[in-house]
Design a protein around this ligand. Structure first.
Ligand code: OGA
Ligand code: MN
Length: 273
């Protein structure tokens, strides 16, 4: 028999609902504009095409993701040169969850009762991206997440994620280390490339946009930031500049150790018939 609702149990219930991340994420979470430095952005840059959400992931979720990724990566070595040397000193693994399997639906019995925290974190992030960053009305289909374990001396150089393999959104959760991501305008030639990721040095427009990515944050690249800007991680020890409350420019030095990221990409939509 269900127990009667007493004022005390109602209070406990309300407290647990309001502290639930799933609840909070769909109503309250908003990007922090101070984590985006637009001071050097080209005039045509669309500031709505990139966002950083600090503390999007809880410590508990982070631990669960790190544990799962470590398990799946056990026998993988750090590679020196990957994807045409765009990423150096990294290990990569797919982080498949039940929703990603064709035979399974999100309500599968296997984990309905208590899915592991990392599964919840991935589902919550996808829901958030669908609600806040999806511009078209068609239902989105997600590619299984990729986890990237970048060693302290690893590098992630400027590239655009292949437009032949994935769709409108590239988003990432950053764990273990803080870092700075730089976006730079790129030429059209990226678009004609077949490679998974492509590096290029011929830039047409000057300027850049920096994203401060503290651990536990979520960043999102869509529109212009996803398609016509490259992204890269700045070397450890780089400064993230921002304009403080007194309109003065301040800098934070960002030292990066080992970094673990979980990358979200949507499937490429095929043309409508
Ligand atoms: C990538 C990439 C960024 C990150 O894998 O293509 O850009 O945050 N990763 O790890
Ligand atoms: Mn990328």
């Amino acid at each position: 028999m269900p127990s009667p609702i007493t004022p005390r149990s109602l209070q406990t219930l309300l407290r647990s609902v309001s502290s639930s991340r799933a609840f909070a994420s769909s109503f309250e979470v908003s990007p922090d504009p101070t984590h985006l430095n637009l001071d050097y952005a080209p005039p045509s840059y669309d500031a709505h095409s990139a966002a950083v959400y600090p503390n999007f992931i809880t410590e508990e979720e982070s631990k669960s993701i790190i544990k799962e990724v470590s398990k799946r990566m056990k026998r993988r070595r750090f590679e020196q040169g990957h994807w045409d040397s765009v990423i150096v000193g990294c290990r990569e693994v797919e982080l498949v969850i039940p929703n990603d399997l064709p035979s399974d639906s999100s309500t599968s019995n296997s984990d309905k009762d208590s899915p592991p925290l990392f599964v919840n974190a991935i589902r919550r992030t996808r829901k958030h991206l669908e609600a806040k960053h999806l511009t078209h009305s068609e239902s989105i289909r997600w590619i299984p997440c990729h986890a990237i374990d970048l060693s302290a001396d690893g590098r992630l150089d400027a590239h655009v994620d292949s437009i032949k393999f994935s769709g409108d959104i590239v988003a990432g959760i950053s764990l273990l280390s803080d870092s700075i991501m730089r976006l730079k305008p790129c030429s059209e030639e990226w678009k004609s490339s077949d490679a998974n990721h492509t590096a290029s040095s011929s830039l047409q427009v000057e300027g850049h946009v920096d994203l401060y990515l503290p651990k536990l944050s979520l960043y999102v690249l869509a529109g212009m930031s996803r398609f016509t800007y490259t992204h890269e991680l700045l070397p450890s020890g780089s400064m993230f500049e921002f304009t403080n409350a007194e309109s003065k420019i301040e800098g934070v030095r960002v030292d990066r150790g080992r970094r673990l990221s979980v990358i979200f990409r949507d499937e490429l939509r095929t043309e409508k018939k």
